[in-house]
Design a protein around this ligand. Structure first.
Ligand code: NAD
Length: 428
């Protein structure tokens, strides 16, 4: 998932070490929180449609469960690595803590490319993952969810396998299920909407009217599409989006200065969030190199695709007009780029706060499954707004009072909560 020299786990650990120093954490607490609690690395044999067998590599990392069961997605990606999974599991711990939900951090993955797998092969892969992990996951220990290139159907196959193994119904075992099969209304839009709830609050602080702003997005998948939807509803103008072109194996950016038309672009994109380049051209969009999303003269930049996008090399391309960076993706900004954002006094909304809407709504899904009673969409999104706004205000208050960079303030809140839970349990 990372470019050759970028290791997200090293970055996650570097960020943690800086804050551990600031908080003067004890050495034992540092070594406990600075690494995974448990890791699973396993083989998943799958019968392929042509009768052959293929063995896939699967992972599950449980970073910390002092505040509650681990929670985190399962990614399907050809370049998945254990270090990416470790970093994401650690970030999940901080994410659940910063929005104050009673869950810990986990993440899983499989090295595979679902583009090249039939439905049947994907189903057998999902069931195989659960067979390997069934003893070590569950509604009271570790709850998976969809992530990059996994979806509600994958979750339902995994749930079915888990329930078959255990001989009982466990709707709270996994989240991101289809609505009507234990899924929560509002989950699909939760992460993108959550990003914009935090952008709305940041603009309030900066005394900027959303209607006077423009934004550029990296990615046109789940997070980006719903972020654009709510941002447009607030009156903002999204002028550029970039995405991966599967045919040409490179990214392109699509621009319209007067504002992109979300519905129109959705109608010419595939289920992986790839826009049809020729159709976009016909509709009058300017087609630019993939990296150009970052160079736009906009007020808000929303990286919502990959890690390591704002880095030492690309950060100099940011326009002086940019006032807010809201991280929809996990780990899009490297510590070197952070320094530049700080110098330029750009308002950063860090990933584990900005994109926490997904896990917060997944938590609501679990709560609803446990009650066997489901809320309507407005109730879910209202609760989500309240949670995200409260978390945002706590972080920005601390940042202002202690003159901290927003990422550090969010880390201070999250890491303190987890460190306290570990100490209160008598672990360290
Ligand atoms: P997605 O798979 O739905 O969409 C990803 C988008 O990124 C697609 O449009 C794809 O074309 C684009 N992309 C891929 N490579 C690119 C490149 N090199 N340049 C430009 N665009 C590229 O994924 P998603 O669910 O929207 O997630 C996006 C990011 O947000 C990921 O980092 C994910 O971990 C993070 N995230 C997602 C959720 C969630 O609930 N979906 C929650 C928290 C964090």
């Amino acid at each position: 998932m990372e470019s050759c020299n970028f290791n997200p786990y090293e970055m996650a650990q570097q960020q943690f070490k800086g804050v551990a120093e600031l908080l003067e954490l004890e050495p034992a607490t540092r070594s406990l929180l600075g690494d995974s609690l448990r890791e699973f690395n396993f083989a998943i044999p799958v019968k392929m449609d042509d009768g052959s067998s293929k063995v896939f590599r699967g992972f599950r990392v449980q970073h910390n469960d002092s505040r509650g069961p681990c929670k985190g997605g399962i990614r399907f990606h050809p370049q998945e690595t254990i270090d990416t999974v470790r970093a994401l599991a650690m970030w999940m711990t901080w994410k659940c803590a910063v929005v104050d939900i009673p869950l810990g951090g986990g993440k899983g993955g499989v090295i595979c490319d679902p583009h090249n797998l039939s439905e049947g092969e994907q189903e057998r892969l999902c069931r195989g993952w659960v067979r390997q992990m069934a003893k070590n996951v569950g509604p009271l220990s570790d709850i998976p969810a969809p992530d990059v290139m996994t979806n509600a159907q994958h979750m339902l196959w995994m749930l079915d396998e888990y329930e078959a193994i255990n001989g009982k119904k466990f709707p709270g075992f996994i989240t991101g299920k289809p609505v009507g099969m234990g899924g929560s209304l509002g989950r699909t839009e939760a992460t993108g909407y959550g990003v914009i709830f935090t952008v709305r609050e940041a603009l309030k602080e900066l005394k900027i009217n959303p209607q006077d702003t423009s934004a550029s997005f990296q990615g046109f998948g789940n997070v980006s599409q719903y972020a654009i939807e709510l941002y447009n509803q607030l009156g903002g103008t999204a002028i550029c989006v970039s995405c991966w072109d599967q045919k040409e194996s490179k990214a392109f950016a699509y621009k319209r200065t007067s504002g992109i038309d979300l519905k129109e672009l959705k109608s010419i994109s595939d289920r992986f969030g790839g826009i049809d380049k020729e159709k976009a051209k016909e509709l009058g969009y300017e087609v630019l190199p993939g990296d150009d999303w970052i160079k736009q003269d906009v007020d808000i930049l929303i990286p919502a695709a990959l890690e390591n996008q704002l880095n030492e090399e690309t950060i100099c391309n940011i326009s002086d007009k940019v006032k807010v960076v809201a991280e929809g993706a996990n780990g899009p900004t490297t510590p070197e780029a952070d320094k530049v954002l700080k110098e330029k006094n750009i308002y950063l909304i860090p990933d584990f706060l900005a994109n926490a809407g997904g896990v917060t709504c997944s938590y609501f899904e679990q709560v609803q499954c446990n009650m066997n009673y489901f809320w309507d969409r407005n109730e879910v999104l209202g609760k989500l707004d309240k949670k995200m706004t409260t978390a945002f205000i706590a972080v920005s208050d601390l940042a202002r009072k202690k003159k901290l960079y927003m990422r550090d303030a969010a880390y201070v809140i999250a890491i303190s909560r987890v460190a306290t839970a570990c100490a209160d349990r008598g672990w360290v």
